[in-house]
Design a protein around this ligand. Structure first.
Ligand SMILES: C[C@H]1O[C@H](O[C@H]2[C@H](O)[C@@H](O)[C@@H](O[C@H]3[C@H](O)[C@@H](O)[C@@H](O[C@H]4[C@H](O)[C@@H](O)[C@@H](O)O[C@@H]4CO)O[C@@H]3CO)O[C@@H]2CO)[C@H](O)[C@H](O)[C@@H]1N[C@H]1C[C@@H](CO)[C@H](O)[C@@H](O)[C@@H]1O
Length: 410
């Protein structure tokens, strides 16, 4: 029987069989990339896989970033409707792995040349000594600035918060515009300020909550001041759209953002000449300078009926050539060291800037609860920026919420 099974391949409902070693059947892929910019490139790459494996049909499904995590968990839990492959954000991966929703990839065709991956990118794909995903993109954050507006105001890139205030003041005096757009409805945009004051959300090593330490209070004070003194403008909702419009239209001279924003930014009226876009390290705080690590992995659903084609698809989409294409067309950062030597990456000024930034980005704890730390922080962060709570109360409330999420943490 075993021989027969091997000879005729693992026939299954979706027809994914490997009788002649040829892959077949369907692979449904949930991609969370931005519609209108990133999705086009990833869709095209998926079509390249189909050309290479004519008997495989890739069903490309774009699921919005804010919905995909819970949508996948619900479908996987129900055993109905989960995709074969999901673009799993770095914090979702340990969460899904812990729930048993991802196929371990060690020893499968999904993993090729593992030593070629950046170690920071690999970290979020490991859970309890197994590999549950393959890194697709890694990212961090920097200051995006409008060179023309800087020239008009006669200012340089700010290295720290004091410079940021001075630069913003000069821009306001000279052009009437606000210096910085600080996104207020997504606490990921707060992290570089938290790190700048020597703080962090938690310390996984000592299993302690640190957001409510003095450094956390100082960080909340720092961002509140930026808004109160007119250095930055912010919104309590629709932050992404408002930030992108303000920066693309030249209503603000700076925003803090990451490589995933570049393709959309370059469609802005201010950046028809793409050389007008400058990127620089996030400003240092009173104690340190650091940007967060983000990114996305590709993972295979444990209940997939077409594992072989799914493994091959993941390998293809995270290959050097696929990563070089994403670098060239979208300025996204590869997770393979070898991809940085490809001409598409070498020719991207954005990739060149962000490479050392991601290499020194502040590591996050890749624990199942890691992603759920953002919601309680978002509530308090937004309230601080809109004057609805004080830095002290925000830090305390966030810390209390974290200790409810992280049982037995100090
Ligand atoms: C609240 C969320 O907190 C965390 O997310 C952190 C995240 O961990 C951080 O790393 C950071 O992510 C970076 C990201 O690394 C960076 O690449 C970029 O991503 C680009 C793409 O590049 C671009 O292609 C496109 O996709 O667009 C992407 C987004 O622009 O920017 C991201 C930052 O935006 O910041 C996230 C927080 O935002 C949780 O993980 C949850 O996500 C949680 N949301 C849940 C909430 C549930 C209901 O409560 C709801 O039911 C659930 O469905 C929701 O999932």
């Amino acid at each position: 029987l075993a021989l027969a099974a091997t000879a005729c391949g693992s026939d299954d409902e979706s027809g994914g069989s490997k009788s002649s070693g040829e892959l077949s059947g369907t692979v449904t892929w949930w991609d969370t990339s931005s519609v209108g910019s990133e999705d086009k490139v990833f869709k095209k790459l998926a079509e390249g896989f189909e050309k290479k494996h004519p008997k495989v049909d890739v069903k490309y499904v774009n699921v919005p970033f804010g919905e995909a995590q819970n949508k996948f968990k619900n479908a996987a839990q129900a055993g109905d409707g989960a995709p074969d492959v999901i673009r799993s954000e770095v914090a979702w991966t340990p969460d899904f792995a812990n729930l048993g929703y991802l196929a371990p990839l060690d020893g499968t065709a999904a993993l090729k040349d593992q030593d070629d991956f950046l170690k920071q990118a690999v970290a979020s794909t490991k859970y309890e000594d197994k590999t549950y995903a393959v890194p697709q993109v890694i990212d961090s954050m920097g200051i995006f600035y409008n060179k023309k507006m800087f020239k008009e105001a006669g200012v340089e890139v700010p290295a720290n918060l004091d410079d940021l205030k001075t630069v913003a003041k000069k821009i306001k005096d000279k052009t009437g515009k606000t210096g910085l757009y600080l996104r207020g409805d997504d606490p990921y945009y707060f992290l570089s300020f938290l790190y700048g004051e020597g703080g962090d959300m938690v310390d996984a090593g000592s299993k302690s909550v640190t957001i409510d330490k003095p450094e956390g209070v100082k960080a909340f004070k720092a961002v509140k001041e930026l808004v109160d003194d007119g250095t930055a403008k912010t919104d309590a909702s629709d932050g992404w759209e408002n930030m992108m419009q303000a920066f693309k239209n030249g209503d603000v001279a700076m925003m803090i953002n990451g490589p995933w924003a570049v393709a959309d930014t370059l469609t802005g009226s201010e950046f028809t000449d793409k050389d007008n876009l400058g990127v620089a390290p996030v400003p240092a705080g009173s104690a340190a300078q650091g940007a967060p690590q983000g990114g996305h992995n590709l993972a295979v659903y444990a209940g997939s009926k077409n594992l072989d084609a799914s493994y091959a698809f993941v390998e293809y989409m995270t290959s050097v050539d696929s990563q070089a294409t994403a670098a060239g067309e979208l300025n996204l950062l590869p997770t393979r060291t070898s991809a940085y030597a490809k001409k598409e990456a070498v020719n991207s000024e954005i990739v060149g800037f962000f490479k050392p930034v991601v290499e020194t980005a502040v590591e996050r704890p890749w624990i199942p609860e890691g992603g759920s730390l953002f919601e309680p922080l978002r509530v308090e962060y937004t309230k601080v920026l809109t004057g609805q709570t004080t830095p002290e109360k925000a830090a305390k409330a966030t810390g209390d919420a974290y200790r409810k999420l992280l049982k037995d943490w100090k």
